[in-house]
Design a protein around this ligand. Sequence first.
Ligand code: NAD
Length: 476
Amino acid sequence: MSDKQTQTQLAVIGSGPGGYAAAFLAADLGMDVTLIDTAPNPGGVCLYRGCIPSKALLHVAKLLSEAKEAKNWGISFSEPKIDLPRLREWKNSVVAQLTGGLGRLSKQRKVNFIRGKATFNDSQSLKINTVAGAAQKLIFQQAVLATGSHPVTLPGVPVDSPLVMDSSAALALETLPKSMLVVGGGYIGLELGTVYASLGTKVTVVEMLPGLLPGADRDLIAVLAKKLNSAFTEIMLETTVKNIRVKKNGVSVQFQTGNGTELKKDYEKVLIAVGRKPNSANLGLENTKVQTDEKWFVKVDAQRRTGDPAIFAIGDVAGEPMLAHKAAHEGRTAVEVIAGGKSVFEPRAIPAVVFTDPELAWCGLTESEAKKQKREVSVTRFPWAASGRAATLGRSDGLTKIIFDSQTERVLGVGIVGPGAGELISEAVLAVEMAAVAKDLELTIHPHPTLSETVMESAAMLFGTGTHIYRPKRKR
Ligand code: NAD
C-alpha cells in the first residue's frame, strides 16, 4: 500500500520556540501550515527539557537561598525538607501546563500538527514517519527547518550510564547525588550546578578555559564567581577531564590541570555540559540544495534562506548563539519573507542571560570585544552598593555597566550582574536597537526604588553626574 499523501503551503520541521513561533505567525498571516515534531505538543527542548524546567528549579534554588539569607534579617526557618517526587511533579506540571497551552494555541490557529519524524525526499516533499507508526508523504511549497540542537558528548566518556548525565537527565531530577562533577562552566553547567547545590549536592565545576562563561566581561563574571565559589564545593579552571570511569556507586574522574598536573577524584554523578551541536544530520538534506558548514550548521542568508530556494532554516540548526529568543525572531523573519515581505534578521543586540544567582545578562558589544576590535569606547560601572533597591533586597553585590561610543555617546552594549538582571537587560536591548545615547537613558525617568535605576545612573556616570555615586568625570 502506498504512503498517505497530503499537501501544505508551509511545512515547519521542529516545534521548539523557533518552529512554533514561525508556524503560528504563518497561520496568523493566513497560510496553510503543517508543524511536525515527535513530541505530543509544541515546545521543543526549551519547554520540555531546557529553559522552562530549569527555570522552575532555579526558582526553588532562589527560594532556598533566600530562606538561608533571611537569618541576617532576624528571620529563621528550620532546615528545608526536600520532597524530591513532589518537586519533580511540580516542575513537570509547569512543563505540561505550557506545552498543553501551545497545543491549544496551535489548534486555535488551525495549524496541522503531525507527531512524527520528517526527512526530505527532495526540495518539495517530506517523508514523515509518524509516532503512531505510519509513513506519509507531505508535499510543501516552502519549508522551515527548525530542528534545534543536541548536547555534545565527550570522547571516551560513557553515555549509557545513569551516573553520567546530560542536561535532560539532570533536569529529570531522578535522584539527588551527594556529590556531582559538572564538566563545562557555561550556561548549562552553572545553572544546573546552582540547582543541585541548592538542593544539597556538593557540586564541583571543571572548565577547560581560564574563566567561566567565556563570552561575558570578566568584571561581571567576578561578581558571579564570588557567589558561586561559596555555593559550589570547588571550581577548577584551566583543567580538562582526561577520563571518566563508571564504578558501582559512582564515577572516578582523571583531570589534567593547566600546569600539567594529573588529579583523580571520585563523585557520585557527572553532568556533561560542554556545548551543543546542530541537529542537521539524518534529515535527507542531501536530497535538497541545503548546505551545511564545517560545524554542521545549516548555511543561511540574512533572510534565513538556505541554498535551496524552497527551504529556510532558523534557530540552533542555523547558527550561534543557540538561544530560544533568537530562534523565535528568526522564525518570524523567515515567515515574513515567505509571505512576500522584505524582512531581514539583523539584530544589533541579542541578549544573553544566565539564570544563576546572581543572574548575569549582557547585550550588544562587550568591553572585551571592544578591546579586540580596538574600538574607542567609554565604559561606566554602577555598583549596586549605591542602589537603594539592592540594599532592601540584601543584594548590594550587583553591577550595571554600559559601553558607549566615546565620540557619539551612543549605547553599544550593556552588562548587568545581580538578581533580576535577566529582566533588566530588555531596556538595554531596546537602547542598543534604538541607537539611544547616554542622555536618553539618563533623562528617562525610572521608577524609584527599583533596580532599573542602575541603568539610568550608570548612564549619568558618563558625565560624572550619577546622583547616588560620586565619581566626577568630565564637564558637560
Ligand atoms: P556553553 O557553550 O555555554 O558552555 C560550555 C562550556 O564547556 C564552555 O565554557 C567550554 O569552554 C567548556 N568546555 C568544553 N569542553 C570542555 C571540556 N572537555 N572540559 C571542560 N570544559 C569544557 O554550553 P552549554 O552550557 O552546554 O549550553 C549549550 C548552549 O545552550 C549554550 O551555548 C546556550 O546557547 C544554550 N543555553 C542557554 C541558556 C540560557 O539562555 N540561559 C541556558 C542553557 C543553555
